[in-house]
Design a protein around this ligand. Structure first.
Ligand SMILES: Cc1ncc(COP(=O)(O)O)c(C=O)c1O
Length: 409
């Protein structure tokens, strides 16, 4: 059976694991490894455990294959942030519900989303955006308008606190105005990506409470946004159930009607485990490895925000050398194509070796460019477990070094 990733366009039969791929293909270019079973498991987990509606934040990984996997695993709602994402999801999943959750949109994009693609939910954080939505939809009477509040990103690894969100002094007027224009009124926020503590959501919900009390409006939707974490070296969050418990309790405590809905917009947590990358070491200089993917490829976050993705040397028999801390240079000519890591690999790692860089399903493959003529061209499906997981399931015994954070209390 041939399976393929349509975004990358190449087909091969599934492989047992990354070592087999490296052995079999000896690839000159990086190879993307896809784990549909991991995305399915994450989606099922959210569908079954999140106490509300989980909408996938498409920006984290817009692969049409992934969208199909999530849809068939029960994810029916999609957070889209551009007209390109609206068109992509409308084309790929015609029956999906799309919510346009970027607070600053082109007026033409709003009109196309509303009139051509049936989008009814929009977010906003200013009166100007509200007026724009009203204009672009000809003052439609079936809108769900979500006012985005500015909340702290202090408990998260990547801040989203600066750019968007109405500040406390602005929310009363905005909620009141949005209530007049909306069929359903929502409040949304984003606690920052990779929130390392459920308290991030508890604090944000306090902000929501204050805003509702101050504006004295009826609120129909509470959308707690994204931020749900995944597992990376040095970033081992509590189990997701704890996040869900905190959110559920805070939601139940809000002064809203009993029929109000709870939504979330997970990106990273739904797709981080979906893919990884095989790279080749082209040269070693001391503890610097010159590899064939980097800042302009799938490793943007490793270069630009110092994200430490897990790595593994793909060699058989396994190296017995002790681990050493390495940094990586990517393939382009730029100095900034550098990933400080540190990445722990056997001390005898050398040119010609293949390395798997794990947990690149979110904000990894999605960031790839073809700058300087480099990039991954091939994608294959592998059947082993991802290098780390937050979804504890005995089913994944195929990899003995997998980190199972979900099991911890
Ligand atoms: C509005 C919105 N929702 C959801 C997300 C997804 O966030 P995460 O991947 O941290 O879950 C983002 C990420 O930037 C966002 O901007």
């Amino acid at each position: 059976m041939a399976k393929h990733d349509s975004a990358l366009g190449l087909a091969t039969a599934p492989f047992a694991n990354a070592v087999r791929v490296a052995d079999h293909l000896r690839p000159v270019q990086p190879v993307t490894l896809l784990r549909p079973h991991a995305a399915r498991r994450a989606a099922r987990f959210f569908v079954e455990n999140f106490p509300g509606t989980s909408m996938y934040a498409v920006k984290a990984n817009p692969s049409p294959d992934l969208l199909q996997i999530l849809w068939h695993s029960g994810i029916t709602h999609y957070d889209v942030a551009s007209i390109g994402e609206v068109r992509l999801v409308a084309r790929t999943l015609p029956d999906a519900t799309l919510c346009f959750m970027h607070p600053v949109k082109a007026e033409e994009a709003i009109a196309e989303a509303y009139f051509t693609h049936g989008v009814r939910t929009f977010s906003l954080d200013t009166i100007e955006e509200l007026e724009k939505i009203v204009r672009a939809t000809n003052a439609a009477d079936d809108l769900t308008l979500c006012v985005r509040l500015r909340v702290s990103s202090d408990l998260s690894k990547l801040s989203l606190a600066a750019k968007f969100g109405a500040a406390p002094g602005e929310t009363k007027e905005l909620l009141f105005a949005a209530r007049q224009a909306a069929d359903a009124l929502g409040i949304c926020f984003h606690v920052g990506s990779q929130a390392m503590s459920p308290d991030a959501y508890a604090q944000a919900m306090e902000r929501v409470r204050a805003a509702i009390v101050e504006a004295a409006v009826t609120v129909d939707v509470i959308d707690v946004g994204g931020g749900f974490p995944s597992a990376y070296p040095g970033m081992e969050p509590p189990p997701l159930e704890r996040y869900f418990d905190v959110i559920h309790r805070a939601f139940e405590d809000l002064p809203i009607s009993y029929s109000a809905e709870l939504w979330a917009e997970p990106g990273r947590a739904l797709c981080a485990e979906y893919s990884s990358l095989i790279v080749r070491v082209e040269q070693r200089r001391g503890d610097e490895l010159y590899i064939n993917d980097g800042a302009y490829g799938a490793l943007f976050d490793a270069a630009h925000v110092g994200w430490r993705f897990p790595v593994e040397l793909l060699r058989e028999p396994e190296s017995r050398a002790r681990d050493l801390e390495f940094s990586f240079y990517g393939p382009t000519c730029d100095d900034l194509d550098h990933m400080a890591g540190p990445f722990l690999l056997p001390a005898d790692t050398q040119a010609g070796d293949y390395i798997e860089v794990g947990m690149l399903g979110a904000y990894g493959c999605a960031m790839r460019t073809a700058f300087n003529g480099f990039g991954a061209e091939q994608a294959v499906i592998v059947e082993d477990a991802p290098m780390a997981t937050l979804y504890d399931e005995a089913a994944d015994e195929t990899r003995d070094n997998v980190v199972r954070l979900g099991a911890r209390g």
